[in-house]
Design a protein around this ligand. Sequence first.
Ligand SMILES: Cc1cc2nc3c(=O)[nH]c(=O)nc-3n(C[C@H](O)[C@H](O)[C@H](O)COP(=O)(O)O)c2cc1C
Length: 168
Amino acid sequence: MNKTAIIYSFNTKKTGKVAQKIREAFSDEQVEMVNAEEITEELFTSCNQIIMGVPTWFDGELPNYWDEFVPALEELDLKGKKIALFGLGDQKGYPENFIDALGIMAEILENQGATLVGFTSVEGYEFESSRARRGDQFAGLAIDYENQASMNNDRVNAWVEQLKREFS
Ligand SMILES: Cc1cc2nc3c(=O)[nH]c(=O)nc-3n(C[C@H](O)[C@H](O)[C@H](O)COP(=O)(O)O)c2cc1C
């Protein structure tokens, strides 16, 4: 049986809403919601599908509350682990730093040996630059509540179907 963990800070509200949508889209799987501030090594060994949600704050930075999470992550050996990232941002308000935090987190996870899955096309977004960009893709799923909320459900559902293939 697949065991899925969705990790995000319980203090980041819109990210929580997207996490809930992802959980619903995985309807037949066992999905655990995990507060990023309380991660354990055991979680990473016990789950074979790990998803992490990261909003961008402060002009291209990780949010508050992540001060404990990031050093804890940097202690983990994530070799061979597949991890998918989703990021929230505002492409009109912050076109030069659109979902930068997803890119920051992608780099941290890759440094710890993780393999990232769930890359998506940059088509359909308008922005100038993003640390999350890899060629014509983002290193995960980009969600923009401020400007494209009506696309959230379709984007999440398509992404979860992609993840079901890429995690296996
Ligand atoms: C002070 C502030 C700074 C922000 N900086 C960025 C940014 O640099 N890049 C970006 O894409 N979005 C930025 N945003 C937009 C947020 O990422 C967006 O509102 C997101 O939905 C917040 O999710 P949350 O409620 O889960 O924290 C910023 C928002 C605020 C309030």
